[in-house]
Design a protein around this ligand. Structure first.
Ligand SMILES: [Fe+2]
Length: 299
């Protein structure tokens, strides 16, 4: 019998990155991504908002580019103290912190398997600085993909403890998990490394991919892949690297998963009907069959 879908969290709220050049990286996210600076921490961290929440992205000065933590929004009925107790019963470290960052009064910080730091919060201020009209100007932070040397344990933490459901995998290595209707909110890649693979922001609509690419190119930032449609998730995605060399995905049209039916909402471009969780091959990342290594000049 299918397990009831009742995750403890309902969205990825923010990502914090360590940056060796906060000023340059901040400039990228303000001018090209179209975010707004909402606050600055005593440690030199800058807190950036896409348009509504206090922050979607935190940049903290660091010796090298690194994923510091991911922040997940707890369901309203879950008290942080109770959540922390349940985490500790799993044998993981959980610390309740108050006023540790602007805009969030209370968090539970968890040292998850593989050393990835996850923060959980019940409420965040919403100063609503407004959405920018220029740059990529995404709608929201959508998902994060992390590479973990303890991939299986991290997947188990998300599935068995947080209540995420696995929607797909690629090669049995990249595991797509969701806590809402989006095909994935996290993507956990099991490999002997500990780092972020990419961070993904949802654009307004598919036509906006061109405007976003133009905004990037105007700042001498080249796309690395796409825009093209993926198989797992079927999102139309484009990738580039931010000034910290962190891989950034801009996407639209992500599959919407219906946990009650164990399938994605039907779409004309699905290769499988019904579109149920499956294992994809690494050779089928691109639903349109395009090979971005193709030498167009050579014909
Ligand atoms: Fe992605």
């Amino acid at each position: 019998m299918q397990k009831k879908f009742n995750p403890k969290v309902f969205q990825l709220g923010y990502v914090a990155l360590g940056s060796p050049d906060v000023a340059r990286t901040r400039d990228h996210y303000l001018r090209i991504m179209g975010m707004t600076e909402v606050a600055r921490g005593d440690d030199g961290s800058v807190y950036l908002s896409i348009g509504y929440n206090h922050h979607d992205l935190v940049l903290r000065p660091a010796g090298e580019s690194a994923l510091l933590h991911l922040g997940f929004h707890l369901k309203p009925h879950i008290a942080p103290a109770d959540f922390a107790r349940d985490v500790r019963e799993l044998g993981l470290a959980a610390t309740v912190k108050t006023d540790s960052q602007p805009g969030v009064a209370e968090i539970v910080e968890v040292a998850a398997p593989g050393g990835v730091v996850l923060q959980f919060y019940g409420a965040m201020d919403a100063p609503a600085p407004g959405f920018k009209q220029t740059g990529a100007a995404p709608l929201r932070l959508g998902h994060a993909a992390v590479i973990s040397p303890d991939g299986d344990k991290l997947v188990a933490f998300f599935q068995d403890f947080l209540g995420f459901v696995r929607t797909d995998d690629i090669g049995g290595i990249a595991n797509f998990l969701t806590c809402n209707r989006d095909h994935h909110v996290v993507n956990i890649v099991g490999a002997p490394e500990s780092r972020v693979h990419h961070i993904a922001y949802e654009l307004k609509d598919t036509a906006h991919h061109a405007g976003a690419a133009d905004a990037l190119r105007a700042a001498w930032v080249n796309l690395l892949w796409g825009p093209s449609r993926h198989t797992a998730g079927h999102n139309i995605a484009a990738y580039y690297r931010d000034p910290n060399k962190v891989l950034i995905e801009l996407y639209t049209e992500m599959d919407q998963f219906i946990p009650e039916l164990g399938m994605c909402e039907p779409r004309p471009w699905h290769e499988h009907v019904p579109m149920k969780p499956r294992s994809w091959g690494f050779s089928e990342l691109n639903a349109w069959g395009a090979d971005f290594a193709f030498n167009l000049a050579g014909g």
